[in-house]
Design a protein around this ligand. Structure first.
Ligand SMILES: O=P(O)(O)OC[C@H](O)CO
Length: 851
């Protein structure tokens, strides 16, 4: 009785405490909105069609007088602030759209929606039935089975802990009764263990389950209509892409949409949902890391569709948490069966570098399995590209410098929102790309496997097992992939990441940061930078969406303002010309690299190819005649691409890397970065003869003698150094130079592992310190080479090459050299040399040649 009363009191206390926190935080937010300087504008904005507009115009008058005054007081040398930029053709700004308001043109006066467009928008937007899933999962026999399995696992552990090896002897003799007696003596009860596991299953599902509901969606949607304009100048979507999604859902109503965005910001969670819900598309259940289960915000996210997943599925290394895995698997499968759309971040966490991270296959694997076991007829994977002109979350400089991430907390979230509301982050852009049908993907994969006679690879329904995959990234660090289907899942996920990255729109800040880091590391006059931006836009047109339009000089000053004086400065030189340059500090280069890296994958192949070409050029006096054979170049470039295998996804699984390299080489030839020379170059119709010779060679593929000539240096077209385009070549090589420096520093640091294993985290610290001192000394020009992420990626490569071994000891990763490299310094030097080949040699004689 007393226990019941105490439990009841405790529960009441908990609820009041949590309720108190929630009320306090809502009050805090409301206070902020009304107390800050923008309050009157916000109030006027809340009721745009009531006659409050005089307040806004009155206020804007005051503001304009104030800014005029400021402009006059400011030194005339100060560059003018640019606060808007056009966001591209075929796009719409969701902040300005309320398609559901004022829908009755002939009864306009009677339609309250005209007066309250945002309320009308959220009230009238389509409502869907969002079924709760946890109860269904709880009653699933598979979960009951998993509970038993977990109980048995725990029983074994407890027995072992109490009895040690004595127990093993007994179980070998199969004496069940005897064992139970023994259990009783030492106080082990299977029934108690089973009950505990049942309770654990309930608590897992309670922690995991989403409470997605129309009420909260509508309320949050309205709040966002009001708050987003305080810090974003636009949320830009492509009209046709939204139409495409609607058509896809209309055509196959029973098929769930699986949204797969590349993860940039915590804001991604709500923005995708906000856009979908305001375009009358069913909101998804969103896989979220349980680090976001913080007071108030956790509950809010849950109501908006988040279902929480542990960041580390197996708490004890090497021991699978069968119950948790089963619960997660069943939750997702039932969600799909109940008609939910799903959203998950395939990279796990947010990118720290600005370029995509390697995908994790866990959630995708469960979705593919749901299709394979007939739970759903099909699913449409929608790659989503997200980009922000300025990242709302701040930056990842600390983490790139090797410091630990500060965990999410209520106070961190509040201060983040507070800071965000006072700043301007420019545009946010979301692109929904062409969906893939999982059914078609699996079928075509199986067709290829059958045609290749590779029956073992044919994808067929598999046992619902969730397996462990070593991964350094946070969310879904433990993947749920069935071993035999790893290839298929890996191919699909790489394809999705590749497509998302390729379809990400280039924002003004990406373009400016890219130019400052690759071409103008010491800054440049605004005029020159504007011309370079024109060139960049031309070179990207047709291959990448540009998220801005207008005059380049305008774009530059707009992007400078957004990045802020902490990253970019604009000063006048002695001749009164405006000079734009990156702030000369390690931190600003690392942060700028985040924005610049959005473009890095686009130029990665040509950068690898050109750096490889330079590394193959012979040391000779006559540099203009020095050349490399095409075959040698492509072969070596292919090897160098392998070095970056954990850094970039250079090709789709359906594309041959070799063909892409040949295509890039053609582009380099066209742009004059490489010259071509053959023995018969001077003859008329040389190109035609070469084409003929090649097709003949293809016909005579089996003829060894002919092949010998064909592959030999005599007939092979020679690629020559082009001194006239040296500057341009340098720009291309600069794109990957910072990564190459990180990699080579990791390789050089391997020697400290000689006869000495080390914690991985300590080794990373060592490399970061080494890079920092290289940057300080000036022996490395790239402060952005200080990147924990790239160090980790290089370690993965070295593990793959069996240069190092990684073993887990009590949850810690220990690294050591593999025997061969422990024994032989020479082998280790070969590795350093191999990696050093990707570092552009700007000091070599070739870069000093005068055209
Ligand atoms: O980037 P992370 O590692 O903080 O993870 C972000 C995820 O959205 C958390 O669930």
């Amino acid at each position: 009785m007393l226990t019941t009363v105490l439990n009841f009191a405790q529960r009441v206390a908990e609820i009041s405490l949590l309720g108190g926190i929630e009320i306090a935080s809502v009050a805090l937010i409301v206070y902020y909105i009304f107390a800050k300087t923008r309050a009157p504008v916000i109030i006027a904005g809340l009721f745009p069609n009531l006659n409050l507009s005089y307040r806004t115009s009155y206020l804007s008058k005051i503001n304009s007088i104030r800014s005029d005054l400021l402009v006059t007081l400011r030194s005339s040398n100060d560059p003018k602030t640019q606060n808007s930029v056009a966001h591209g053709i075929g796009t719409q700004n969701m902040l300005e759209l309320t398609p559901q308001s004022g829908q009755k043109p002939f009864k306009k006066l009677l339609d309250w929606g005209v007066l309250f467009p945002y309320v009308a928008q959220v009230v009238r937007s389509e409502k869907f039935e969002y079924r709760q899933v946890t109860e269904i999962v709880h009653n699933d026999v598979v979960l009951k089975h998993a509970i038993k399995q977990a109980a048995e696992q725990s029983l074994r552990e407890q027995r072992y802990a109490k009895n040690g090896h004595r127990l093993l002897t007994r179980s070998a003799s199969g004496d069940q009764e005897g064992q139970e007696e023994e259990d009783e003596k030492v106080g082990i009860s299977y029934q108690n263990i089973l009950r505990k596991q049942e309770q654990r299953a309930i608590s897992i599902l309670k922690d995991m389950g989403s409470t997605l509901n129309n009420g909260l969606l509508a309320f949050t949607s309205w709040i966002l209509y009001k708050l987003l304009p305080c810090f974003l100048s636009g949320v830009v979507t492509n009209t046709k892409q939204i139409e495409m999604l609607k058509t896809a859902t209309e055509r196959s109503p029973g098929t769930p949409l699986i949204f797969v965005p590349l993860h940039r910001s915590h804001l991604d969670y709500i923005m995708v949902t906000w856009i979908l819900t305001n375009n009358d598309i069913r909101s998804p259940l969103v896989a979220a890391g349980n680090n976001l289960q913080i007071p108030v915000f956790g509950g809010l996210l849950r109501g908006l569709g988040a279902f929480f997943i542990k960041r580390k599925i197996d708490p004890v290394e090497g021991k699978k948490d069968v119950l948790y895995r089963a619960a997660l698997h069943l939750y997702l499968t039932h969600a799909l069966k109940q008609g939910h759309n799903v959203e998950f971040f395939i990279e796990g966490g947010r990118t720290r570098t600005g370029k995509p991270c390697m995908p994790k296959g866990g959630i995708l694997s469960v979705i593919v399995n749901a299709f394979m076991d007939g739970s759903i007829p099909d699913a449409l994977l929608v790659p989503v590209s997200v980009n922000y002109e300025r990242l709302v979350d701040g930056n990842f400089v600390r983490e790139q410098k090797g410091e630990k991430k500060i965990p999410e907390s209520f106070s961190k979230a509040i201060s983040g929102i507070w800071k965000a509301l006072k700043s301007n982050y420019g545009l946010m852009r979301i692109d929904f790309n062409e969906p893939y049908s999982i059914r078609e993907l699996v079928n075509s994969y199986n067709k290829i496997a059958r045609e290749d006679g590779n029956i073992a690879k044919v994808y067929k329904p598999a046992a619902r097992t969730l397996q462990h995959n070593q991964s350094t990234s946070s969310l879904y660090g433990t993947d749920v992939v069935c071993e035999e289907h790893r290839n298929l899942i890996e191919s699909i996920s790489r394809q999705v990441v590749f497509d998302c990255a390729a379809a990400t729109s280039v924002m003004s800040t990406n373009a400016l940061a890219f130019l400052l880091l690759t071409r103008f590391r010491n800054g440049a006059e605004e005029q020159i930078l504007a011309e370079a931006l024109d060139d960049l836009r031309n070179s990207l047109s047709g291959c990448k969406d540009i998220g801005f339009s207008g005059e380049s000089s305008h774009i530059l000053s707009y992007a400078c303002d957004l990045l802020g004086s902490g990253l970019v400065t604009r000063t006048r030189d002695e001749n009164g010309r405006l000079v734009i340059r990156a702030v000369n500090s390690v931190e600003s280069f690392i942060e700028l690299a985040y924005y610049s890296n959005m473009l890095t994958p686009h130029f990665a192949l040509s950068s690898i190819l050109l750096a490889t070409f330079h590394s193959l050029l012979p040391e000779t006096e006559n540099k203009n005649e020095a050349g490399v054979s095409r075959k040698k170049l492509i072969e070596t470039a292919l090897e160098n691409c392998q070095i970056y295998r954990y850094e970039f996804i250079l090709n789709k699984p359906t594309q041959l890397l070799e063909s892409l390299l040949y295509k890039q080489l053609d582009d380099l030839l066209i742009s004059g970065c490489v010259r071509s020379k053959t023995v018969d170059d001077d003859l008329p119709n040389a190109a035609e003869s070469r084409r003929l010779a090649h097709s003949l060679a293809d016909c005579l593929d089996e003829d060894d003698d002919y092949l010998h000539v064909r592959n030999g240096e005599v007939d092979e077209p020679k690629l020559l150094f082009a001194s006239e385009t040296l500057q341009q070549q340098r720009y291309i090589c600069e794109v990957l130079a910072p990564f190459a420096w990180t990699y080579v520093t990791v390789a050089q640091s391997l020697q400290i592992l000689h006869r000495n294993s080390m914690l991985e985290s300590e080794f990373i610290c060592f490399v970061i310190n080494d890079l920092s001192s290289k940057v300080k000394r000036g022996s490395c020009n790239y402060a952005e080479s200080i990147s924990t992420d790239s160090v980790r990626n290089c370690l993965k490569l070295l593990e793959k090459w069996s240069v190092i071994e990684v073993c887990n000891q009590q949850g810690m990763r220990l690294i050591s050299l593999n025997t061969l490299y422990e024994m032989s310094r020479e082998s280790l030097n070969t590795i350093v040399k191999k990696i050093d080949a990707i570092v552009p040699k700007f000091n070599s004689g070739y870069f000093n040649v005068t055209p």
